[in-house]
Write a protein that binds this ligand. Structure first.
Ligand SMILES: Nc1ncnc2c1ncn2[C@@H]1O[C@H](COP(=O)(O)OP(=O)(O)OP(=O)(O)O)[C@@H](O)[C@H]1O
Ligand SMILES: O=P(O)(O)OC[C@H]1O[C@](O)(CO)[C@@H](O)[C@@H]1O
Ligand SMILES: [Mg+2]
Length: 323
């Protein structure tokens, strides 16, 4: 391969996601195999601005493929949203001789990557977020593990909910995106799901459905609520007041972001990390890696950021049929 870069930097940014370590490992080992030097950047764009940069070798990424979190640590860096911060970031890349940068993160991190690319740093984005909210790709690293973790918790809540014939409300992550909630609802047999992308049913409509289900002989009622809809505790009280059915709310929170990545996450992370390095080697910049129709492809970052992700209406319609 005709190599166009000599030193690649790698950072993780935004919320951590299981599989980020597998992606870092793949970037480091692929780059070294291609004869390229790799610099790890700690704590996302914060670390770039602070010059928290160190050289990595193949041993730096030993024994991490099975670990959740990110060995490079991550951050949400407000300074980087401002043009002065972005300029300092690009200058810092030059100080360390970084002529190619791999940014592993979500949609926000890609906005930062786009800014760096505009300032002349060859930047490639790798989708790493449990939220699955990046429009250009059918997969984002971390989603499978997060959904499985949430489902495991929901299964346990369902056991006790059935024993007590209660209504359970389980709030899962996703401030702006309802994919985790939608997948958990379908795969856990929830009676109802509340998503940020959809109009919220009224309390009366929710209660009507609970009562109908009770009449059908159901022993429990599970509502999955996305974080972006929120209000789970209040909804539990309303349901209890309006129906007399004992109702408990559980907010799963950050446990969904941790844990050993599934095989699905490790595989996508390994493939996407390697693809990012290969794109840089081909002289490409300002691209994001994506998984589309079974293949790993790449898009221009601007183009990718302009795409809008819609929830699959057919999948959503099943939440009403399969419960
Ligand atoms: N418009 C922007 N311009 C420059 N940098 C940005 C912009 N938006 C976000 N960033 C940078 O990317 C970081 C991460 O963004 P954000 O907090 O949205 O998380 P994310 O990458 O979308 O991941 P996740 O949603 O999974 O937590 C921000 O803290 C900021 O440093
Ligand atoms: O950990 P923080 O900064 O509270 O962020 C929480 C947000 O991050 C995500 O977990 C994505 O990383 C969202 O689902 C959630 O809304
Ligand atoms: Mg995001």
């Amino acid at each position: 391969m005709d190599q166009k870069v000599s030193t690649i930097g790698v950072l993780t940014s935004g919320g951590d996601a299981p599989g980020m370590n597998a992606a870092i490992r793949s970037v480091v080992r692929t780059a070294i195999a291609r004869g390229i030097k790799v610099m790890g950047i700690r704590k996302g764009y914060n670390g770039l601005l602070a010059g928290d940069v160190f050289e990595m070798d193949t041993r730096s990424v030993s024994d991490i493929i099975q670990r959740g979190g990110t060995i490079l640590q991550t951050a949400r860096c407000l300074e980087f949203v401002k043009p002065e911060g972005q300029k300092r970031g690009a200058d810092m890349c030059r100080v360390f001789g970084i002529d190619g940068l791999v940014v592993i993160g979500g949609d926000g991190s890609f906005q930062g990557a786009e800014k760096l690319a505009n300032l002349g740093i060859n930047t490639i984005g790798v989708p790493g977020t449990i939220d699955l909210d990046i429009a250009c790709t059918e997969y984002t690293i971390g989603f499978d593990t997060a959904v499985n973790t949430a489902m495991d918790a929901i299964n346990k809540i369902r056991d006790t909910s059935t024993s007590h014939q209660r209504c359970s409300i389980v709030e899962v992550m996703g401030r702006n995106a309802g994919y985790i909630a939608l997948w958990c609802a379908i795969n856990s047999g929830a009676e109802m799901v509340l998503l940020p992308e959809m109009p919220r049913p009224s309390d009366e409509e929710i209660v009507k459905k609970i009562i109908e289900n009770k009449h059908k002989g159901k022993k429990h009622f599970l509502i999955v609520v996305a974080e972006g809809v929120g209000g789970s505790e209040k909804l539990a009280k309303t349901i209890e007041d309006m129906t007399g059915i004992e109702t408990r709310a559980t907010i799963l929170g950050h446990l969904q972001r941790g844990g050993s990545p599934t095989a699905v996450d490790r595989m996508h992370a390994s493939m996407m990390g390697a693809k990012a390095v290969d794109l840089l080697c081909e002289g490409k910049a300002k691209r994001v890696v994506a998984y589309v129709k079974g293949e790993y492809v790449d898009y221009d970052i601007n183009e990718a950021l302009k795409m809008k992700k819609e929830l699959d209406p057919y999948m959503y319609s099943l939440t009403d049929i399969l419960c």
